[in-house]
Design a binder for this molecule. Sequence first.
Ligand code: 9MR
Ligand code: ZN
Length: 567
Amino acid sequence: MQISTTQQPGAARFFFNLLGFLPQGPKTIITSHTEASPFSILNAETGSVCYTGVLEASPLDPDTGIASARAEFSDFTVPGSYRLSVGTDLSPVFTIAEHSYDALTHDLLKMFYFQRCGCALTEKYAGVFTHAACHTAPALPYGEDPATAVPRNVCGGWHDAGDYGRYVTPGALTVSHFLHAYEIFPEKFDFTVNIPESGNGTPDVLNEARYELDWLLRMQLPDGRVYHKVTTANHAPFIMPEEDLEQLYLYPPSTISAAMFVAVTMQAARIFRKFDEDYSTKLFEAGMTSLRYLLEHPEYIPFRNPKDCHTGEYGHPSDRDSRLWASAEFLRTLATGSFDAQLPEDIRQIREQVYARFFGNMCDFTVKKDSFGWHQVGGLALLSVCFCPDADTVFGEKMHEMAKRFLSYTADSILKLREQSSFNIPMEREDYTWGSSLGLMNRAMFCIAAHLLTGNDTYRICAYDCLDYLLGRNTLQFSYVSGHGSNCLKDPHNRPTVADDIEEMIPGFVAGGANCLFHDPTAKKLLPELGKVAPMDCYIDDHDCFSLNEIAIYWNSTALFVAAYLM
Ligand code: 9MR
Ligand code: ZN
């Protein structure tokens, strides 16, 4: 368990990325000093001074609860092990090294193998963390008479989080993080993670994505609707997944699940084209079926949990953002390679229709700093437009301009937040909520996109700031990624790792993070009341705290996007 400690007078604290820095990357360490004192970087072995500078002091910051100072030494690029010294205070050792984030990126991707449902995790790939195949029984469509309902095989996919539910909307979103990362910077995914498909000629990031895509295809009904989720009625207790034998239900389709299904199958169809043409065609056709359904149903059909269902809801106020994203992926895919060759007349007409609506949806779109998250997926449409090689032709110059403007405008507002924070983190109080890691990684994604589009280096630096926070540059000096950093996540709210009786935690899992809204009873009980604890300190590494310490696929996939780009 991890509770913020009140600062001892004289005992300086140092807050920094516990995985260290890249030689060419930005380098910032926050200290608990309050004056603009001189600092030095010392060689950790010899004690010799390698670099000197002056701290930049910040007054008390309500988000961190402390006054602090910042040592910035980005222009010091020599690999090695060092300490920061301020007067007589010495920091713990930190490193500057090539490949500081390679193992991290590897493990962030490998995490998804451990989330696989419907197959046994074997020693060859899982090491000691094996388990038998789980959730293999057919699921019943919810609300139908069990005597006559036809059970359906929807085996596969990833467990969403620390629970065993499988939900279409976060699933599609997560796959899209993989696909966008691969599409925008494929050169970063030249590594394998020892999964059954490794070495088959397709990069592992796509192999892992396919495991979820295959399941998404099973969640589609012949008329194009897509079940919203498959879960038991209640979350299982802390048992291994193969022991969870309660009845699985398929919960009613929504237009959000259909739209996100269209988006991700269309995107995957164009990316898988060169690896497996038959699979690509299958994805495209499945996407077309649901797109036709959506065009015939312009009204929003939401999903709400029925009264007797207590698993995640993933509700939305509207389906406009998911329709916008679906349209963008469809238009881009149609214009890609072999798809545009011989378009049947009906698809040409559909394209006109989609384009017209896309335009309207885009003009109405309000981008948020977390528009790559499950609350709001419109940001993914922006990525699709802005990184489309011939965006002016496919989307029109005006639309392309608008998408670029939305992206850079949001990235600029993220930079402003960063400037206001004493830790140089683009977060404000209201951002310390359930799944704060997602908001933070979304900001880093905006900054990466803006950096790639404009070449402005401040965006790239801000993306590193976000990664630094996740890996230890926070008031708890805590790395929210298991297995990475000397003080890191060890006891997440995650059923298998609690139930498996193995002391060690699987590396590469990202926790939801600090949340000052106390959404779970243990957090309420154990954390001091707000005012006595700063938002950045509102976190406990205890599996009971599901609103602080759960793991989830989209927390990992956004971190993967960021770490892969920055590594
Ligand atoms: O991540 C979700 C968080 O933002 C919401 O506030 C919370 C309550 O609705 O739900 C979280 O999502 C959970 C989902 O409902 C079920 N699987 C675990 C998810 C992570 O906590
Ligand atoms: Zn399972």
